[in-house]
Design a protein around this ligand. Sequence first.
Ligand SMILES: Cc1cc2nc3c(=O)[nH]c(=O)nc-3n(C[C@H](O)[C@H](O)[C@H](O)COP(=O)(O)OP(=O)(O)OC[C@H]3O[C@@H](n4cnc5c(N)ncnc54)[C@H](O)[C@@H]3O)c2cc1C
Length: 484
Amino acid sequence: MRGGADYLAALKDDREIYLDGQRVHDVVHHPAFAPIATTMAELFDLAADPTNEMTYRAPEIDAEANWVFSIPRSREDLTARRRAIETWARHTHGWVGRSPDHVGAFLAGFAAHPEAFAAEHRDLSSSVVEYHKRVLRESLYVSYAIIPPQVSRATTAHAWDGEFIQVGVVAEREDGIVVRGSQMLATGAAVADEIFISCIKPLTAEDRDFALGFTVPVAASGLKLYCRRPYATAASSGYDYPLSTRYDETDALVVFDDVFIPWERVFVDREVAGLRRQFFDTGAHVLGNWQAQIRFAVKLQFIAGLARKITSVNGVDKIPGVQEKLGELASVASLVESAVLAAEYTAEPDDAGMWRPGGRAVYGAMGLQAELYPRVLAILRDLAGGGVLQLPASVADLHNPATRADIDRYVQSPGVEAVERIKLFKLVWDVVGSEFAGRHHQYEMFYAGAPFVAKGYAYRNYGYERHVADVEEFLAGYTAEPPR
Ligand SMILES: Cc1cc2nc3c(=O)[nH]c(=O)nc-3n(C[C@H](O)[C@H](O)[C@H](O)COP(=O)(O)OP(=O)(O)OC[C@H]3O[C@@H](n4cnc5c(N)ncnc54)[C@H](O)[C@@H]3O)c2cc1C
């Protein structure tokens, strides 16, 4: 099994990443990327350690592989898959959204349904199967960019001014396609092995050239990543910003300057209907978004624990009104956790024998995420009060004898020394107030599409038929006739 050192060694390639107007030459040692690369390496080490029970014998390759990349073929497989995802999520407390298990789940769903990629004009079914085998064999870290750049949502790519703003096929060769344009927003791509590129937003028949699905190494010639401002570099220390300095995944716009993609990496070739089949007919979308809810549940549990702890340190936890707020937070955390388990409980095998988590539960939780996460942050803010700002500017104030005595005296709580109290409230600030926190707020609202998109999934996957029939049966039981 691939360990952390192998993963880090593989990142030393010629990837073309830009940050603050400069080319980044070595992500493993660059201050913006080294922290998240280290965290990812820790995940690979965790998976390779047999005591964590994250591996199984994968029938597709007849070798050991990580459960997070598996095609679940029984309810037990699904449980093992969930446990492995949780093991990784617990290591980052749910603060890393695009660890390799996210896109890994999509790729497993694709491979379970190669028939969805056998288009009339080009049969690409072997591409998805063989690629998934590589993922299993090499524990490949694949991130994705499956949204057109936010140029205009009034139209789709074919109607935008300027050719190939969204990534599309600029030329076909015997051995593959050449792509040009851009796609958003590849979280983690700077420290991933490869990127899966596609388009999950609906396209029209005129957008055929942009209807693609393919994978590409991050270091492919002509591929560029434009990363947003990093938060890890702006943080004064790990003590002051414990999350920003460990889990800043970075998000990037991906730009293709005529990049060649061989056929064995192409999953969908200029076919609008193929995009739908790829994400939805295969079950990849529900499997991938179940992973996202497993990770989200772990994050909410962490935030609930944090809220409970600060109320105890501040001595307000016996107040009924405070307990009510903690109770609301506990309710949200329990609901999401319950949805994760309900999805497993209601899972069923599809016609290819892949066990799909129950869509009603997965999308039910996802549809509310844009409301739940801001609400959770509001409760934590409320409970923290000014404690998150009544803090020394940085850890340096603790090391200066001129300031230390006052800090020890005035920034403490009963039984909690200043150094511990400050540590706790700095963590709270990294959850609710730092730039990292703001990005997470945006992430939880948008990672699976805008809120109207997430609610659309809930609408389509609820399964109203039985309930509408219940209502109709009830209505049929009485009439407008006056009672006799
Ligand atoms: C931090 C972060 C990380 C991300 N990571 C990834 C990633 O790893 N990979 C990836 O592919 N994508 C990623 N995304 C992108 C994400 O998938 C998109 O942000 C998401 O799909 C929403 O698209 P948009 O940002 O273009 O918003 P838009 O679709 O432009 O929506 C903006 C606003 O307009 C409204 N709106 C737009 N159209 C309609 C409509 N038809 N009806 C009603 N309201 C409408 C929306 O509700 C919303 O309020 C990430 C996003 C964020 C914020």
